[in-house]
Design a protein around this ligand. Structure first.
Ligand code: FMN
Length: 366
């Protein structure tokens, strides 16, 4: 099962299964000299962990991280950094049926065929949203690296749940409040409405999707490599690696496709010594390279596949169509828990490119 590595110079591997012994990550290529403790990682993991509110899965996991290599005196050494979380609260009973009766919208059918029935299907195995905890562990290191060396910060938040969408977002407010409500929305009134709509969907045995928006500040000009490692290519790959992601948009995105060039072009001006653009329809990327403006990315999540409402599917043993109602503990909407995951994936890509372009040195200064 290859495909578990991402990055060229800041390389991250994700390992483990949802109901296996543990999940974890190995980072190869983090420069020596970065101040790092388990609490730096735990702080980010706590934003994603399950069972924190009525609108997420009720699986209870503390998601307590252990850093088992790559640190000495709370500084990175340059050696691989391995981090793990032990799985504590797995209940595999409701997954026996997925071997023969695949859930519509989930990975049961494709993984069964591809891996000849050998893959671990318990709790969706490698395809579970639980694996995004491994992305967040690695993401926390890249976020700290980008922040400490270059002052780069990524702020993601829930922009849309179902058909409830917030357009007027103040970044300073988003920075302060997004993790203080259950939906991770930058506006408490909208957060309440979003939360109610998730609960209503769950009461009806259904689920909702939505959009996470990420804004990255402080990116220098020139991150990204033409052509196949353009910043958009690498960010898209990383973001599409998050389960349930079905769309990634930069800047004016699909809206820009309907605009005139004269409206979509961002005109340049000089503010003191910095070259800026008056608008940011490009989302901070021109020619696959960062242009010094904030990166603006929207990530679209589909409604969670596992729902109580009965749906038609196939019994693969008999070939008969049957009705399936998915019980067990599931997120009625994955978007709130995906917000720190989006921040992590953006940061992993930026750290990799910042090292590749020499913006982050091979050894950090003490
Ligand atoms: C944080 C997070 C939590 C998730 N929780 C669930 C869940 O409880 N139930 C579910 O059916 N899908 C959940 N998913 C999505 C599935 O893992 C995903 O839809 C599935 O692996 C199929 O992949 P695809 O949707 O990318 O095609 C979650 C995704 C994320 C990011």
């Amino acid at each position: 099962m290859p495909g578990n590595l991402i990055g060229e110079r800041f390389v991250t591997m994700s390992f483990g299964e949802s109901h296996g012994t543990c999940i974890g990550t190995v980072i190869d290529g983090c420069p020596p000299g970065l101040a790092l403790t388990e609490s730096d990682i735990q702080k980010e993991l706590d934003k994603r962990k399950p069972g924190q509110s009525v609108i997420t899965t009720q699986r209870k996991e503390a998601d307590k991280v252990s850093i088992i290599s790559g640190l000495f005196n709370n500084l990175t050494t340059g050696a691989p950094i391995c981090m793990i979380i032990w799985n504590k609260d797995s209940d595999s009973r409701s997954y026996e049926s997925v071997k023969t009766i695949p859930r519509p919208g989930h990975s049961d059918f494709t993984s069964l065929v591809k891996y000849g029935g050998f893959s671990d299907y318990r709790g969706s195995g490698r395809f579970s949203g639980r694996l995004t905890a491994t992305f967040v562990m690695a993401g926390a290191v890249s976020q700290k690296l980008l922040h400490d060396v270059l002052g780069i910060e990524t702020i993601a938040y829930t922009k849309q749940i179902g058909d409830i969408c917030i357009d007027d977002i103040q970044l300073d407010v988003a920075r302060e409040i997004r993790y203080t409500n259950d939906t991770r929305c930058p506006n408490n009134e909208f957060a309440k409405k979003m939360s109610e709509s998730i609960l209503e969907a769950r009461r009806g045995g259904d689920s909702l999707g939505g959009v996470v928006e990420a804004v990255t500040l402080g990116v220098p000009v020139g991150l990204g490599e033409p052509i196949f490692s353009s910043l958009e290519s690498d960010l898209s790959k990383a973001l599409f690696s998050i389960p349930a992601v079905k769309a990634v948009e930069f800047g004016s995105g699909f809206r820009g496709c309907a605009m005139l060039g004269s409206k979509n072009n961002d005109t340049f001006y000089k503010d003191q010594n910095k070259i800026m653009t008056r608008t940011n329809n490009s989302g901070g990327i021109l020619g696959g390279l960062s242009n010094g403006m904030p990166l603006v990315i929207r990530v679209g999540f589909k409604p969670a596949a596992s729902i109580l409402k009965p749906q038609r599917t196939l019994n693969l043993d008999t070939g008969d169509e049957v009705e399936l109602s998915v019980s067990g503990r599931h997120d009625p909407c994955v978007v709130p828990r995906a917000v720190p995951v989006v921040e992590s994936m953006v940061s992993l890509v930026l750290a990799d490119h910042a090292i590749r372009s020499g913006h982050i040195p091979a050894v950090l200064k003490s």
